[in-house]
Each structure stands twice: as structure tokens, then as C-alpha cells.
Design a protein around this ligand. Structure first.
Ligand code: ADP
Ligand code: MG
Length: 565
């Protein structure tokens, strides 16, 4: 339909009851773009209406080289979304009325560059699709379509013109934004070539402004690689860059309290994502399968084979298929380790601060007093080498209080007033005087990953209700999935995506025969093929999804308390 017809509809329904707005649903050709009203809210206080803007690639005029390659396209999408968001913010609530009248909003990305349903560029045509929310204006509960006319015919076209056309935007800034993504991608590929698990560039700013802000701390001490770990790379755009390369194997980060150990580890956790220019961690890149592991008392565990760490429990429970509704510190961390193996993690990131001590180590005195036979836990320290040797999984571990890991580490870093110093030789020499108790622990060998996911009848009903509570939890049919301690989830939109992925898995894939790995593999395949559109079904795609890794999909499924295997 032509946009003039939308105007006619708006004039016709003015002052009618709010449901009359439903007549506006449809697609309308505007001079510069196509407007699609995908979903209309039921009343002015309900969640706002869903509107999308489609702009042809030809008109938008972005050179192909900015969007042909996937990583560059994701960066350009992110850039456009931010531009558009900045403009939308200025006109939001300029149209007035009751409830959410006049609201205009799009996703607000943080420091990470994630692929999002809010802005998608077609990889063949370069067409730009932008999804947003608009509160259709009302007086009380009657339609105020004059105000909606302002939004759709004035504010929105202005924002589109200012934010989605190449000509209207600073070319250099866009090129820098997109080129950074190529450089980041290059570093990530180089990690594999060079046998590294992570790279931290010189001059990176690691600490954040505060516990609730992702922005860089002002006046921070910039990072500098110790000479012995220095790696040089030739990036396609930035050129030569130097920094610290963390090799595969076992890396220990030690140092006094408050010297920046956890800050370094946090930066490595975040390094599975790309960061925006100005973040400080632009060139801090970690193997993209790396998983942060921690204790998580109280979580549920469904038939996870934690026998490599825990056996002979006093209550006789089977630890080859361990079940609990309320895990202890050590069993939760054991399950987190094994589930991360199941999810294909190539690197474990562990901070002593958030670990169960009895899971990590046992000192000699304790071993003498409490005999091994009376201790169900084989601590992580006795498995960390096997994990690398037999499973190819590297560990980067922060430890401030126990020297035991000196014996196991291939590389030891000391954080000294926020400066890393390599002390491997010195620490190894010192460690000789404190040998580990000579107990021989047999290799564990295979871990069982064959648990099959059983059907869940709460998904039989078509109307599965999915809600997210910030960055903390997802509610699926009122069942709360607590993901607070899945620390590499960084954005509430990732939680929305996870909710829908879980629903898709249960309604389309789970049949009682497929293993957890098979279910998640198939989910990832679907995502790869058709993105979230493939997962959601329905008449329109919600505007609030952000990309998640397979590791977080596993984490979400594993924390669903109705999971039965
Ligand atoms: P640790 O884990 O060694 O006890 P943290 O990593 O928690 O120490 O850091 C302690 C404090 O120092 C934090 O408030 C952090 O923001 C700050 N900090 C960390 N790295 C730097 C840095 N490079 N420059 C300035 N402050 C930093
Ligand atoms: Mg710490």
C-alpha cells in the first residue's frame, strides 16, 4: 500500500476505541523506505507496538565492502543501530498521551558488538531492516492518530534519513568501526595459528568504570606485555600490533590482593566478543570457545557425569549420572566443568575468588588428617593436566592464596600493580622446596556425554510464555531459569534469544532420543542457516534478540529445572 493510505486509515480511526489501531497493520511504501506495522499493542499501557523499516541497499548506498563479509556486516549493523538509536532517543515521547503513548525505542547495545534482530542487513542485497517499538498514542483509551501521524510521517523518516543513509554519515568513522571488526576477526584466527588461547594488546585498558558499568575506567594503568610473552601481529587495517600471547596449556595468574588479577581474567572472559572503538579492550581477544567456570551453590544438576572429580559420596549417590536440585559449591563447580566440556569449551577461565576451595585444591596437612578414601573430591588440580593432555582443554587460572598450582602451570604470570610479569622460572624453582604430596591419581579417561533429553509437556501448548528479567533470569512458562552465574552472558537480549531457543528445542527437536549435544548442535545449525527468524516462527520477528554462543545455549538448558534426561 502507499503511505497515503496509511494516512487515510489514521484519519478514519481518530478518536475511536484503541483496538481500532489494529487496522493499521500492514506494509506501506514511503518515498525512501517501506514501513511495516507488524504488531499493534492491545491498549496504551501494554507492551508497545512492533514496527520495522526496510530500506533498499541501493538507496542506502553503503559500499559492498562494508557488509559483504559476515564480521564486517555485523559491525555495520551495530553501528547503524547505535546511530538510529541516538536519533530516536531525541524524539521519543515527543508525541504525547497516556501510558506508553509516543515511546519510540530500539535496542541499546553495550560495549560488545553482537548480531541483533534489531538491525539486519541482507547479505545479498544490502537491504537494511530495522526493528523497533512504538507506543501508539492515545488519550485515555481512545486513539489519538494525529500524534501517531507525527511519529510515522515526521519523526521516523527524519531518523531514517539521518542514520541509515551512507551519505548522511561520517565515512571515516564507519570505515574505522567496520575495519576494527576485521582486525578482531584476524586476531581470533591468528590465535589458532599461533597456538594461543588469548591475546591482550599493549595499551589495552582492562578495568571498568564500576561494577555496573561496562565503560573503561578513566586513569587506568594501560596493559603491557612482559617481554617474554610478547607476540607481534600484522593486522589487516591497524598494521603492526604487539601484546601478550597466552599459550595453550595451563596458565596461572598470581599476585597480591588488589593488583588486577580478576580484572585481567574478566577481560579474557569478555574477549570472546568483539568490543566497540574506545572500549579499551578492542584488541583483547580470547579463543571463542572459552568458558568462565565458577561455583554455583543451589543450582540443579541433571545426570551429569562428574565422576572424574567426585565419587564415593557418603549418601551413595551415583556420580556418573549425578542428580541434585540443590548442588553444593564443589558439585556445582564440577558440573560446570563437565558441562563446559560437553559444550565444546577449549579454554577454562577460573578465578579463585568465585571457586569452591575444596574443588580446587587440598593441602598436604588436610590430606594427612582426612585420608583420601574419606574424601569424595578429586580436586581440579589433580585433573588440570589430564584435561589439557587428553581433552585439549587449556586452563587460565587466577590464584592468590595457594601455591599448589605452581607445580602444574606451564606459564606463571604475576600481576604487580596492574603490570604483568612472567615469573615461571622463579616460581618453579621455589616450588621445588614445597613438593606436592606424592599421591598417584589414575587418569580418569572418558567422560560420558550421552544423556538424552526427554520431552517436557509444558511445551505441548502452543502458547509458551517467555519473559526475561534483565540480565539475571529467563522465565519460560513461569519456570525461572537463573543465569546470573553464567558470567559470559552480557546482554539481556541474549536472554530473550535463549528463551526462544529453549522453546524451539523442546517443540521441534527434543524427542527423547537425541542427546543434549545433538539437540544443541541442531539448534546451532538452524541458527546458522536462518538466524533467529528460523527459530521464532510466528508472523514477525521480535526486535530484541542478540546472538549467543553454543556454550551459553548449553548453560541455559542445563539450568532449566524441568530438564529431564
Ligand atoms: P585482584 O583480583 O588482584 O584482587 P582486581 O582485579 O579485583 O584485583 O582489581 C582491584 C582494583 O583495581 C579494582 O577496583 C580494579 O578496577 C582496579 N584495577 C584493575 N586493573 C587496573 C588498572 N590497570 N589500572 C587501574 N586500576 C585497575
Ligand atoms: Mg580477585
Amino acid at each position: 500500500m502507499k503511505h497515503t493510505e496509511l494516512r487515510d486509515i489514521l484519519h478514519r480511526i481518530d478518536h475511536k476505541g484503541y483496538p481500532a489501531y489494529k487496522d493499521t497493520r500492514g506494509r506501506y511504501e514511503f518515498p525512501e523506505f517501506t514501513l511495516s506495522i507488524d504488531h499493534v499493542q492491545g491498549d496504551p499501557f501494554a507492551s508497545p507496538s512492533k514496527v520495522s523499516v526496510l530500506l533498499s541497499g541501493k538507496r542506502a548506498g553503503f559500499p559492498e565492502d562494508l557488509w559483504k563479509e559476515t564480521c564486517r556486516r555485523i559491525a555495520l549493523q551495530d553501528y547503524l543501530l547505535r546511530q538510529f538509536g541516538r536519533r530516536i532517543e531525541k524524539v521519543s515521547f515527543k508525541a504525547k498521551g497516556s501510558g506508553k503513548s509516543g515511546l519510540m525505542s530500539v535496542s541499546r547495545p553495550g560495549q560488545e558488538v553482537l548480531s541483533r534482530s534489531a538491525c539486519e542487513i541482507n547479505k545479498d542485497s544490502g537491504d537494511i531492516l530495522l526493528r523497533m517499538e512504538v507506543g501508539f498514542p492515545a488519550n485515555g483509551r481512545t486513539v489519538n492518530s494525529r500524534e501517531l501521524e507525527k511519529i510515522l510521517f515526521e519523526f521516523l523518516p527524519e531518523c531514517v534519513k539521518g542514520a541509515l543513509f551512507y551519505k548522511a554519515l561520517p565515512a571515516k568513522e564507519i570505515a574505522d568501526w567496520v575495519n576494527l571488526a576485521s582486525d578482531q576477526q584476524y586476531i581470533r584466527e591468528q590465535l589458532k595459528e599461533l597456538g594461543l588461547t588469548a591475546f591482550v594488546a599493549d595499551n589495552a585498558i582492562l578495568p571498568r568504570e564500576s561494577g555496573v558499568s561496562g565503560k573503561p575506567l578513566g586513569q587506568a594503568v594501560p596493559f603491557h606485555s612482559p617481554k617474554s610473552l610478547e607476540v607481534t601481529m600484522e593486522l589487516p587495517f591497524k598494521g603492526t600490533i604487539k601484546g601478550m600471547g597466552i599459550k595453550k596449556g595451563i596458565t596461572l595468574i598470581v599476585g597480591g590482593g588488589y593488583h588486577g588479577k580478576s580484572t585481567l581474567l574478566k577481560a579474557l572472559e569478555a574477549g570472546v566478543y568483539n568490543h566497540i572503538p574506545g572500549d579499551g579492550r578492542e584488541y583483547v581477544i580470547t579463543d571463542d570457545t572459552a568458558v568462565k567456570l565458577r561455583a554455583e551453590d543451589g543450582r540443579s544438576i541433571q545426570k551429569v557425569d562428574i565422576s572424574m572429580f567426585i565419587h564415593n559420596l557418603p549418601n551413595g549417590k551415583d556420580t556418573k549420572a549425578f542428580i541434585t536440585e540443590d548442588a553444593s559449591g564443589s558439585t556445582s563447580q564440577a558440573a560446570n566443568v563437565v558441562e563446559a566440556m560437553e559444550a565444546g569449551a577449549g579454554v577454562f577461565l577460573i578465578d579463585e575468588d568465585t571457586s569452591a576451595t575444596n574443588f580446587m585444591i587440598r593441602d598436604e596437612l588436610m590430606q594427612r588428617v582426612v585420608h583420601r578414601d574419606a574424601e569424595p573430591i578429586v580436586p581440579f588440580i589433580d585433573r588440570v593436566e589430564e584435561l589439557y593432555r587428553n581433552f585439549g582443554i587449556s586452563t587460565i587460572l587466577v590464584a592468590g592464596s595457594s601455591g599448589s598450582y605452581f607445580h602444574k602451570a606451564d606459564c606463571i604470570l604475576q600481576m604487580d600493580k596492574y603490570e604483568p610479569v612472567e615469573i615461571t622460572e622463579f616460581a618453579k624453582e621455589q616450588a621445588k622446596q614445597f613438593p606436592l604430596p606424592s599421591t598417584s591419581i589414575a587418569e580418569h579417561g572418558q567422560v560420558n556425554f550421552t544423556r538424552k533429553v526427554l520431552r517436557d509437556k509444558s511445551f505441548l501448548d502452543d502458547r509458551v510464555k517467555i519473559k526475561t528479567m534483565g540480565r539475571d533470569s529467563i522465565s519460560v512458562n513461569r519456570e525461572i531459569i537463573d543465569v546470573r552465574y553464567v558470567e559470559q552472558l552480557v546482554d539481556s537480549e541474549q536472554l530473550s534469544a535463549l528463551g526462544y531457543l529453549l522453546k524451539y528445542a523442546y517443540t521441534n527437536l527434543v524427542d527423547g532420543k537425541k542427546t543434549m549435544q545433538q539437540v544443541v548442535d541442531m539448534l546451532c545449525e538452524q541458527l546458522e542457516k536462518g538466524g533467529m527468524a528460523n527459530i521464532c516462527g510466528g508472523s514477525y520477528l521480535p526486535c530484541n534478540f542478540a546472538m549467543v554462543r553454543r556454550q551459553e545455549i548449553f548453560a541455559c538448558m542445563n539450568r532449566y529445572r524441568k530438564l529431564k534426561v
